[in-house]
Design a protein around this ligand. Structure first.
Ligand code: PMT
Length: 401
């Protein structure tokens, strides 16, 4: 099927450069729909984009619809990717704050395809902490950004904020388009969040996992076309679109859910923080306080990943390791013991790594002993690195199309 891109042009001096982007993409036989914001129409004309895209141009939410379908929904569904170039501070801020008050922002809000922003603005605006926070927030939610270049800006200032050359933007867009749907046909099972081990009807043992890492993996795997099931302990997170969530409480619940889906899965990624121990007995009634100390006896929980490792066959198995010391040696031990393809090791003492953060700092170690260390990045970016590694391994194992 022919690929289709929606290009959103917002109101900045660089808007004219979007004409070359449209033309370059059209030459690659990609269908284009352009949405111009009201402010963009002050810099460029719909007619130029209509001519170059060979398609009607949308400029206003309430214009006469070209078809019976609701315009922003039909464009959002049709798009293999949405590019916003140039993206102003205003449009970035709107999307980051859930504002959908025109054709471009409503289309972005309704889309499930990759969305790529190419910001261009005055350097002080770009460096403004509010704009930077909005960008970081959107990155953490899975939106992509093409870094602006440094140089003389239209306003006469020198600094970062220039829209990169159309060739650079086209290359980035093609990269994201090729990545799009590259996991189609794969069944991916992800575990996320903590487990909760009951002491009595009021109390439990758990850990600090927020589920962010596992949910980011599930979300990106779905964006890239995989069928995804997410087995999750209690978290405050929303299930990502097109992901089937199976909620669990305890490690034993998780074991049952994982086993029930083992045959279905081609790939299993265990990002959950599973409690190694649970109270040997769950008291039916609230344990009442007394004058003497009490002892809570714990028993071992099943090691779900180790069990999977024993029956893995040609499935790809990825584990996580969270440690406070000797990270690499413990992680290597886990690869062997649990028969993993690779492990993602995070030192939870490190700033920006591990539990609750939107970012992580990890080393990935494979069963052949290769180690890659990664700088701090968003959990969404890391999710894509993990999925890329899985894709590479799949190709090696000849199970990839
Ligand atoms: O959820 P976030 O707040 O985003 O935080 C992310 C995270 C720190 C929880 C995540 O990145 C992570 O490191 N998860 C694994 C934490 C952990 O429990 O590590 P572990 O070293 O105890 O376990 C190693 C592996 O065996 C893990 O893949 C774990 O899911 C699995 N395991 C562990 C114990 C057990 N009984 N059964 C298991 O399957």
């Amino acid at each position: 099927m022919k690929k289709h891109i929606v290009i959103g042009v917002s109101g900045g001096i660089a808007a004219y450069k979007a004409l070359d982007i449209v033309s370059g993409l059209r030459k690659r036989d990609i269908g284009i729909n352009v949405i111009l914001t009201k402010n963009a129409c002050e810099f460029v004309t719909p007619l130029s984009f209509q001519t170059l895209s060979n398609n009607y141009v949308v400029t206003d939410t309430f214009q006469e619809p070209k078809a019976w379908e609701v315009e922003h929904i039909s464009l959002a569904k049709k798009a293999s990717l949405i590019l916003i170039a140039p993206a102003t501070a205003n449009v970035i801020g709107k999307v980051a704050n859930g504002i959908a008050d025109d054709m471009l922002t409503t289309t972005i809000m309704a889309a499930r395809c990759p969305i790529v922003f190419a910001p261009a603005m005055n350097t002080n605006m770009y460096n403004n902490p509010i704009v930077q926070e909005n960008i970081q927030f959107l990155r953490s939610k899975g939106y992509y950004f093409i870094e602006p270049e440094s140089g003389w800006l239209a306003c006469g200032d020198l600094g970062k904020g220039k829209l990169p050359k159309p060739e650079v933007i086209i290359e980035e867009v093609l990269k994201h388009m090729n990545q799009n749907q590259d996991l189609e046909g794969k069944n991916i099972l992800v575990t996320a969040g903590p487990t909760v081990e009951a002491i009595d009807p009021m109390r439990y043992i758990t850990n600090h996992s927020s589920g962010k890492m596992g949910y980011a993996i599930a979300q990106q795997a779905a964006v890239r076309g995989a069928s995804v099931k997410l087995i999750s302990g209690p978290t405050h997170l929303q299930c990502p679109p097109y992901v089937e969530k199976i909620g669990i409480q305890s490690a034993v619940d998780m074991q049952q859910a994982v086993n029930a889906n083992f045959q279905w899965a081609d790939i299993i990624i265990k990002a959950a923080a599973v409690a190694d121990y649970r109270p040997i007995e769950e008291s039916k009634h609230k344990i009442k306080k007394a004058n003497q100390d009490i002892t809570l006896t714990l028993t071992r929980n099943p090691d779900i990943l180790q069990e999977l490792g024993r029956k893995k066959a040609n499935k790809i198995l990825v584990g996580f390791a969270a440690e406070t010391k000797d990270l690499i040696s413990y992680a290597k031990e886990k690869i062997m013991k649990k028969n993993l393809d690779f492990i993602v090791a995070n030192n939870i003492n490190e700033k920006g790594a591990g539990f609750k953060e939107d970012t992580n700092v990890v080393s990935i170690i494979d069963k052949e002993g290769n180690i890659n260390h990664y700088p701090m990045m968003s959990k969404v970016e890391l999710a894509n690195i993990i999925l890329d590694k899985i894709k590479d391994r799949s190709a090696i194992m000849n199970s990839f199309r």
